[in-house]
Design a protein around this ligand. Structure first.
Ligand code: MN
Length: 726
């Protein structure tokens, strides 16, 4: 465990002028405030802020950041107020502490709303002062290192959030050391068995290739010495487990087919020497075509610079070589932290284009997103760490996430180009709009005036910019149509009660719409059009009850509408819609939510409420209209119900007896198997099975047991073909 005096010595060693008194006061204050509190491990709480401050000192940050590290939890976890921190430690420290403090006392409609608001605040604070995120990352890193003591469900949530949000932020800031450790720890926490199996296999491979690496290293050293190119370090490195895992999953390949498992890294002194090394490497071994990447001439947006190439060794095995200068290496490891510490003056007050560009863009694109689900979904996309680079025919560079489509590119050029695009030409060839772009593609967008975005685009676009623009456009159109439909329904209903809609005074409309919290009366009609509000209910609010005289229904249209809105006996699967009993409810086919799972409802036109799993892709892709979302919950009644049919896809090693082992495991816990099918390709097997499942707990148990079987690589719940959400 770190002692405070060690921390002081560390800060003094790189910053002799530092205000160590501030640090001391922060330490004493934090110790007093956290007194008596314990961590999950049973240790005194103070260890945590002390370790966080130590991580910040390892990044060689200034005293403000280190002091904020010591104080980062006092407002959230003790009775201390923000004002008190400001008064004692000044506005700078207070700003950083405020940026990392989560709001928990304010009333939020849901956990997600709260989470979204906290992220939004953190990002805003980060734009003013980057130290906010550095403290937050150090906090998260220490929490991840000590995750073993945390209860299971909380552990999973923290690890998931780390993978989704914090590791990508570290990546965006170029802090690969922090990012890598966060990913490995989160991977280990989420998939302990897979992690261990993979670690063992990689270790075997490493031992097997150890000799080869030594040979390559020796050859390289000799060649470089001969050419008099200075070398500071050559080391062989093994790819990280999490990135191997992603690669295996993405390409459905075996570990033996990952040929960049091992890489040699050459550190030299200058840019010129980097290219000299590359030349010598290519003279010594044959390069693999298309594998040469020059991130020196074209740095990654997070500042990463290096030369990458893959060559074929004398033994016929391909391997990767990374070449960079010492300075590039430091920036590759520490990113923004390395950058700040060599600058004169205070950190935080300065801005750096390279790191802040994406942050500002992110905030700009997210500004109009009010819905918390949307906000978090977009955030995950925008932070997505793998990017590709494409060019306009004029040579302008566009950075996009992996798997971006032609439509994403079009929106990256301009909103109007996006709205009006009808096709694209990639490297001179015509391609459809959903075509996925590759690194280095030259993309020409074909547009047609008057063309409009299609809702289908939402199923394949990957950038939040494109998503938001398309949604916004469709929402406006939808709204107009809903208002029209709502008006028709309302006028029919009014006539049924012998009311002339024209005679309803404007004040009544005003009153009802402000009661329902909206600005315009159109919103009321739109709500009727969506089926969120019945025309009868609206009429009752606008017109005094004694003036309403029901006439018998007059025609098929009204009858049809009433039938849709009439409750069906019992509803389906006992799902309750909060605040409305007269809506028809059905489970969406795309994600087939099962009892106990987190669900969301979506109002479909004329069909009632479709209930999706909260994690369903269609919910994030197709539910472009937050206003049509409605809260639903499983009825907690004790009634028995028919089991759900759930499909599982299981990836296994191709060994004998896998099918039998899985089916007996599943049957052993009283689970009916409806179908089971196996295929193999290369050295892996794939098993598809459909099961009868009672609820989400039952499903979790099945998945856990199957996962624990030796030879099982992954188990995933799969859905049937995607269904449109409207
Ligand atoms: Mn903390």
């Amino acid at each position: 465990m770190i002692r405070f005096e060690d921390l002081v010595d560390k800060v003094r060693s790189y910053s002799p002028e530092a205000d160590l008194e501030l640090l001391r006061r922060a330490y004493v204050f934090s110790a007093r405030e956290h007194k008596g509190q314990l961590r999950h491990s049973g240790e005194p709480y103070l260890i945590h802020p002390l370790e966080v401050a130590n991580l910040l000192a390892d990044m060689r940050l200034d005293v403000v950041a280190v002091a904020a590290g010591l104080l980062h939890d006092v407002v959230e976890d003790t009775l201390t107020t923000m004002d008190r921190v400001r008064e004692l430690f000044g506005p700078e420290v207070a700003h950083v502490v405020e940026g990392v403090t989560k709001l928990s006392s304010l009333p939020f409609s849901s956990k997600e709303a709260q989470q979204a608001e906290n992220f939004r605040r953190m990002f805003l604070a980060m734009v003013d002062d980057i130290r906010v995120i550095l403290v937050k990352l150090a906090d998260r890193l220490h929490n991840m290192r000590t995750l073993g003591h945390v209860p299971d469900d909380k552990r999973e949530r923290i690890a998931r959030e780390t993978l989704d949000i914090y590791a990508p932020i570290a990546h965006r800031l170029g802090m690969s050391k922090v990012k890598n450790e966060l990913e490995e720890l989160a991977f280990k926490a989420l998939e302990p068995q897979v992690f261990e199996d993979l670690r063992d296999k990689v270790e075997q491979r490493r031992r097997a290739t150890q000799g080869l690496i030594e040979e390559l290293r020796e050859t390289m050293l000799a060649k470089l010495a001969e050419a008099q190119v200075p070398v500071l370090l050559i080391d062989g490195r093994i790819k990280r487990l999490y990135s191997i895992y992603l690669k295996l999953k993405r390409q459905r390949i075996d570990l033996d087919q990952v040929y960049d498992l091992v890489a040699l890294r050459v550190i030299t002194t200058s840019v010129r020497d980097c290219y000299a090394v590359l030349g010598i490497v290519h003279q010594t071994w044959s390069p693999v075509p298309d594998r040469i990447k020059d991130f020196i001439a074209m740095p990654r947006p997070n500042g990463y610079q290096s030369l990458h190439t893959s060559v074929i060794s004398d033994r016929g095995l391909p391997f990767e070589i990374q070449i960079r200068s010492e300075e590039m290496h430091r920036i590759a490891e520490e990113g923004i932290a390395a950058h700040w510490k060599y600058k004169e003056g205070r950190i935080g007050a300065q801005r750096d284009e390279q790191y802040f560009k994406w942050l500002r863009q992110l905030l700009e694109w997210q500004q109009e997103v009010r819905d918390p689900h949307e906000f978090i979904a977009n955030l995950k996309i925008d932070l997505y760490p793998e990017e590709i680079y494409c060019f306009t025919p004029g040579g302008e560079l566009k950075e996009l996430p992996r798997d971006a489509s032609v439509v994403d590119f079009a929106y990256a050029v301009h909103t109007d180009v996006g709205h009006r695009c009808v096709g694209g030409r990639v490297n001179g060839k015509m391609v459809p709009l959903r075509h996925q772009l590759r690194n280095g593609d030259i993309v020409e967008i074909l547009t047609q005036s008057g063309h409009k975005p299609s809702r289908d685009w939402l199923t394949f676009v990957t950038t939040s910019r494109a998503r938001n623009k398309i949604r916004h456009f469709i929402q406006l159109e939808e709204k107009t149509r809903s208002v029209e439909l709502g008006r028709k329904l309302f006028e029919k209903e009014a006539r049924r009660y012998d009311v002339n809609p024209k005679n309803i005074p404007a004040e009544a409309w005003q009153r009802v719409s402000s009661e329902s919290g909206s600005q315009r009366t159109d919103d009321l009609l739109a709500a009727v059009g969506w089926g969120k509000l019945t025309a009868r209910l609206l009429l009752g609010k606008l017109v005094p009850n004694e003036q309403l005289q029901e006439k018998p229904p007059d025609g098929a249209f009204v009858a049809a509408v009433r039938k849709v809105l009439r409750p069906r006996a019992g509803g389906e699967d006992k799902i309750r819609v909060r605040g409305a009993d007269d809506l028809l409810v059905f489970r969406a086919k795309c994600c087939n939510p099962i009892r106990g799972e987190k669900i969301v409802g979506y109002i479909t036109r004329g069909k009632g409420v479709s209930v999706h799993s909260a994690s369903c892709r269609n919910v994030t892709n197709l539910l472009y209209d937050p206003e049509r979302r409605i809260e639903v919950e499983w009825d907690t009644g004790e009634d028995t119900h028919a089991p759900y049919t759930v499909r599982l896809s299981i990836q296994v090693e191709d060994r004998r007896g896998m099918l039998a082992a899985i089916s007996s495991q599943v049957s052993a816990i009283n689970t009916n198997i409806r179908t089971m099918e196996a295929t193999t390709d290369q050295e892996q097997g794939y098993i598809e099975m459909t099961l009868e499942i009672q609820d989400v707990k039952h499903l979790d148990k099945v998945i856990r047991l199957v996962k624990a079987l030796p030879g099982v690589l992954t188990v995933e719940r799969t859905s049937s073909a995607a269904e449109r959400a409207s």
